[in-house]
Design a protein around this ligand. Structure first.
Ligand code: SF4
Ligand code: SF4
Length: 324
């Protein structure tokens, strides 16, 4: 009998923190099973692959590419197009590729104000000549070119065609393994599906008691010691469970932390931030507009709270940049 050929797999890291790569390593002993079933053709964070190795592959040569990270620079976008061409199945792997995630909060600013802040203004910076990174630097030896920083962070799906989306910051190892098994078994759902998660919300997976209690105040997490049995939202802590897709097993509420929303919107919800805003408003116990404004005014950093993981993918997409 002919030996079954191994899956040709690629993994790539664009604008992200590296947590998705660590989550792959957290497959632990299962990584040996992955190695048995797949040849890894490209994984620059772990092995010395070069872009020219990918360029030399015939189109569609890789069976699957797990692409993590948002599109923040010209290099990220070039790699997205290259890996799309070279892969039969391209997966937006993790919250940054799927929705923009924390790098996407940069969409509250433009690139010039970010560069100014980081290179000139922060108190720990010593940059008396006010040097800012330049895309091209001329040296006696020749030109040095670095990737261009974009004004707007985009999701992978906003720059190229994506086959599947795996949510999570990072995706949980048991969910990554479920995706690997689905790929190996050829049991993938229709193109465009969210995989490695389920069709419920985090609240549906959470064991805490809900009593439809209303609140008079929202607390920042350090201002309160929450009861370990009851719903955190009903204790005045913003918990994104009602507006977040299930699949992690309500990991954060299990350890007395609110869900931050990293699995993205549940099925049939277009805008996670708007859904969370609605859940947060629904538990407010106010007798007047002023009282309601005071209660929700306790929530500092509303953009970062409601759109922490999904600003680029949301209906807002980014803050307005004047006439640009
Ligand atoms: S809001 Fe948070 S704490 Fe409350 S049930 Fe949902 S996930 Fe659990
Ligand atoms: S509880 Fe929420 S923030 Fe925590 S891992 Fe699950 S989806 Fe992510």
């Amino acid at each position: 009998m002919a030996k079954k050929s191994k899956l040709k797999l690629g993994l790539y890291w664009a604008a992200s923190c590296g947590g998705c790569e660590i989550a792959v390593v957290e497959l632990r002993e299962k990584i040996l099973l992955l190695d048995e079933a797949a040849d890894i053709l490209f994984w620059p964070v772990a092995m010395d692959f070069k872009v020219k190795d990918v360029e030399a592959m015939p189109d569609g040569h890789m069976d699957v590419c797990l692409f993590n990270g948002a599109i923040r620079t010209s290099e990220n976008e070039e790699m997205a197009h290259l890996l799309r061409r070279k892969s039969k199945v391209l997966v937006a792997f993790g919250s940054c590729a799927y929705e923009g995630c924390i790098p996407g909060l940069a969409n509250l600013f433009d690139k010039d104000s970010i560069l100014r802040r980081v290179y000139l203004e922060v108190p720990t910076v010593d940059n008396p000549r006010g040097v800012l990174p330049q895309p091209i630097t001329h040296l006696p030896e020749g030109e040095v070119e670095i990737p261009r920083l974009y004004n707007t962070v985009k999701t992978l799906g906003q720059v190229t065609d994506v086959d599947y989306f795996v949510p999570g910051c990072p995706p949980q190892p048991h969910q990554i393994w479920a995706v690997v098994e689905a790929i190996l078994g050829g049991n993938l759902p229709p193109k465009g599906s969210v995989v490695g998660a389920n069709e419920k919300t985090v609240c549906d997976e959470c064991k805490r008691l809900r009593e439809e209690k209303r609140i008079k105040k929202y607390y920042r997490y350090h201002e309160i010691i929450p009861d370990a049995e009851h719903c955190l939202l009903e204790q005045g802590i913003v918990c994104a469970g009602p507006a977040t897709r299930g699949g992690c097993g309500a990991l954060c509420p299990q350890v007395n932390q609110p869900c931050r929303g990293c699995y993205g919107p549940p099925p049939n919800v277009m805008d996670q931030g708007a859904a969370l805003l609605s859940a947060v408003a629904s538990v407010v116990d106010a007798n007047s507009e002023e009282e309601a404004a005071r209660i929700v005014g306790d929530i500092l950093d509303p953009a970062g709270t409601f759109y922490r993981f999904g600003l680029p993918a949301s209906t807002l997409h980014r803050a307005r940049l004047g006439n640009r």
